[in-house]
Design a protein around this ligand. Structure first.
Ligand code: PMT
Length: 413
């Protein structure tokens, strides 16, 4: 671990310690964070104090350890809401099954859960527990709920456990946690990752004044671009005609027709790590585009249409293809039809949404998504597209990182 990789100078880390045997590693973690230059404040649950004393962590962090939500002396010095706002990052290590359950349930029954709920900064948990507890469906569900809310899980690792068993449940080593903290605070979770997105509708010209299009506003795609940027990714956004400004720092390429969108994507996709196809690309375009405005001479007219290229299928067919995420716009059975599309398009993940009707994802500020990948599925409930995009990016990051680990050609970040 080089010094540059773990430079945390000027960064403020709130470390939560909960009651498991791995709490003894918190001492090493505080030392590592301090050594990297971070200002560290420690909050312990009452269970944690049974495994390691507050005095130890006070001595190592240089600050009194907070334990009580209703401590008048501490509240007068720095109230809990102030402390929640103070942090650049909240790390709970170790995070027990009980703590995860309470956080997933939205409880604020002690200082640490209250801080995790009150903070607007990113929260990461380093789970540590017996392997059976980690594998238990209740814990798996709680982990999934927390992930959907944007809480990051670091670990657990597999190996020998304090209870004598072997399996997943070991807390990541302090060095690894310091490294990950530095990476998130320096670069964001996706620092150095190139993301290419499509968004909005396409317009297929009939004549110089008329076109075929759809109801896509671009809101979902632009929200995704912002959420990826917030995670430190380099983002290029190829968009059809929309009435939106690109998020700061996002490179916008404006196009009209599907064929132009395809060219823009193919020019940029080489070397990109993640491709997300959120655009509502017109499936057909007129075979002939009239040079002049078509006159209404006859009572009826027909327009011959031809299939547009499938941009997403073109990207998934590439030899060195990026991690591919598609969308599926359905008017019914999003899970079933989305799964079919995931397989037929050969994508790593698909986000299916309902379109048309009152719940439709087009144009509105809110949406809901059923996210599917091989062997997994999660539902992201109706919320504004900004929050939804953050939750989807979180899911993508998890699958992308897991995929990188499974595929030795692309090393994990
Ligand atoms: O823009 P908003 O108003 O915010 O609305 C968001 C949205 C509803 C448009 C968005 O959430 C969404 O569902 N986008 C995909 C719309 C769509 O075209 O879905 P599809 O099921 O027809 O296509 C499947 C996938 O193939 C999509 O990833 C699509 O981008 C891609 N595709 C489709 C056709 C084509 N010729 N090229 C493609 O790349």
């Amino acid at each position: 671990m080089t010094e540059a990789m773990t430079d945390l100078s000027g960064k403020r880390v709130l470390l939560g310690v909960t009651g498991g045997i791995a709490a003894y590693k918190a001492a090493e973690l505080v030392r590592g964070l301090r050594k990297a230059g971070a200002d560290v404040r420690v909050v312990m649950t009452s269970g944690a104090t049974r495994f390691i004393t507050p005095l130890t962590l006070q001595a190592l962090s240089g600050w009194p350890v907070r334990q009580d939500l209703f401590d008048p002396a501490h509240e007068a010095a720095m109230g809990h809401i102030e402390l929640a706002r103070w942090a650049d990052l909240v790390l709970v290590a170790p995070a027990t099954a009980d703590f995860m359950a309470r956080l997933a349930a939205g409880m604020a029954d002690d200082l640490l859960t209250t801080l995790c709920i009150a903070t607007e900064t990113r929260v990461f948990l380093a789970p540590a527990m017996n392997q059976g507890m980690w594998r238990n469906p209740a814990t798996r569900d709680n982990a999934a709920v927390l992930g959907r809310r944007g809480i990051g899980l670091w670990g657990p690792a597999e190996g020998d456990q304090a209870c004598g068993e072997t399996g997943p449940g070991r807390m990541l080593e302090a060095d690894e946690l310091v490294l990950r903290t530095a990476r998130v605070l320096k670069e964001g979770t996706l620092g150095g990752v190139r993301v290419l997105l499509t968004a909005g509708p396409t317009r297929e010209a009939i004549d110089p004044v008329r076109y075929i299009t759809n109801r896509s506003s671009g809101k979902m795609g632009f929200a995704l671009a912002k959420a990826f940027r917030n995670q430190g990714a380099h983002v290029e956004l190829v968009s059809g005609p929309v009435d939106l400004s690109p998020p700061a720092g996002v490179e916008l390429v404006s196009v009209e027709q599907a064929v132009d969108m395809e060219s823009a994507v193919m020019e940029r996709v080489v070397g990109c790590d993640i491709f997300v196809a959120c655009a509502a690309v017109a499936d057909y375009r007129p075979v002939k585009v009239a040079h002049h405005k078509i006159k209404k001479d006859s009572e009826s007219m027909s327009i011959e249409l031809t299939r547009n290229p499938d941009i997403l299928a073109g990207v998934t067919a590439l030899r060195d293809r990026p991690f591919c995420v598609g969308f599926a716009a359905e008017t019914q059975h999003p899970e079933e039809y989305g799964e079919r599309k995931r397989i037929s398009k050969g994508v790593d993940m698909i986000a299916a949404n309902l379109v048309g009707g009152d719940q439709g994802g087009f144009e509105r500020d809110e949406n809901a998504l059923t996210v599917l990948w091989e062997g997994g599925c999660t539902f992201l409930p109706m919320s504004d597209k900004g929050r939804l995009a953050e939750a989807l990016v979180q899911q993508i990051v998890e699958r992308y990182e897991a995929n990188s680990i499974e595929d030795p050609r692309s090393p994990p970040r």
